[in-house]
Design a protein. Sequence first.
Length: 446
Amino acid sequence: MILLIFIILTNILVLSKLNFFPYPELFVYPYLTNHGFVPYRDILDQHFPGLMFFPFNLGNLGMDTPIAARFLQYGVVIITHIVLYLVAKKFLGKKAILANIFFALWQPFFEGWVLWIDSFLPILTLSSLYFLKSKKFFWSGLFLGLALLFKQVALPLIVIVGIYILFSKKKQFKEKKFKPAFYFGFGVVIPTSLLFLYIANLGIWKDFIFWTVTFNMTTFAEMGRKYGTLSEWGRVIGVYGFSLFAVLNKRLKEETFLIGIFLVGSLASIFARFDFVHLQPSLPFVALLSAFSVIWLFKKKYLRILIAVYALASIFLLSQFYKGRLGDNVYFFGDKEVKVVAEIQKLSRPDEKIFTLGTLPHIYYMADRLPSGEIFVFQFPWFMTHAENRILDGIVNDPPAVIIRDLTAEVEGLMLVSYMPKISEHIDRNYKVVNKVEEIEIMVAK
C-alpha cells in the first residue's frame, strides 16, 4: 500500500509539472445547459450527455474554474490507480503493483495532461472488468452502461463483452445458461434507459439521433476523421506491442484473453479520430497486460534482455516527451483570454448577447454571456456544413452587442472562416473593429 501511494503521488507530481489542457467543451457545455440551453437542439454536438448535458453536470458539481478542473484531473487519476490496483489483485495477487507502475509510466505520455471525456472512462471500464472477474454480471453491465452515457465508443466494448459472457465455455457460465448474459444486459439497460427517458422528456429525439448517430456516421466520418502519423503510430505500437508478450504466458491464458477483450473494445475512439488522449480508456488494460509480459519475460533468462531494451526505449521516448511538455501553462485560460473577457464585459451588459467567430468557443462561459440566437456549436468545418444557416439566423434575429473574430483560425489546415461565408459577410457588412487582442478582433455594430 505504501508503494501504491508513492506511485500515485509520483504520477500526480509529474502531472503538476506539465502544461494542462482542459477541453473547452467541459466548461461551455455545462454553462449553457445550466442557463436553459437544450442539448442537441440549442447546443449542437455529437457526444452522448455524460457530465456535460445532464442536469447534474460538471458546472453545477463544482468544476467551474481551471483550478477545479486540475484537481478533478488529479482525482480521476487517483481513483483510476486505486481501481486498477484492485483489478490487478484479482489477476496478479502480490504482483499487482506492476500494473500501476506501467500505468503511471505512460499515463502522462498519452496525453494524460489533457482532461477530456476519455479521461473518465477507465474508472468505469476497469470497474466493469473487476465485477466481471468476480462474476457480478449485473454490476459489470451497469458500469459499461454508465460508460456509454459518456461516449458512444463504449458500445463496441459492451457488444464484445456481452458476446464473451453469452458464449463462454466456462463451467459456471454453462450451469447458469443465459442468466449471466441477462444480468449483464440488464445492468447495461438501466443507465441507457435513463438516457432515453431524458431525451424523451426534452422532446429532442430527432436532434439527438441526427447529431449522435447520423452526423457521426456521415459528415464527421468524411470530414472530421484524423489519421495518426507514422511517428505517432510507431510510438503506440512500441508501447502497446510490449503487452503482447502476455499471450505467451499459458498460465494466464484465460486472464489475458479477458483483459484483451477490454483492451480491444476500448480502442474504438482512436480509429474515429487519432489523438493520444483517446488511448486513455485502453491504457489501464495495456498496463495489466504489460505486467503479465514482464513477469513472463523475467522467467525466461534468455529473454530478459527484452525488458532492458523496453526500459531504454521508454527512457528515450519519455525524455523527448517531457522536454516539450514541462510548464505551467493552462491552455485556453491565458492572458489573451483574460484580456478578451475584459473587453467583452466593458462593451456589453450581462443581459446582452455576444458572438464568437472562429475563436475561443468557451468565452461565453468566461465572460458570463450567452450566444446570439441562443444556439451554440463548435465552429469546426464538419459542424458548420449543417449549422451555418441556423447560426446566421440567430445573429440576424438576435444581434450580438459584441463579436470577437479571428480571421486566421484554422483546424488541420482548414480556415474556419472559409466554412462560414454567409456569417462572415454579414459581420463585415454590419460590424466594425474597435480593438484587437493579438490576432482577435473586438467588434461592435456600425
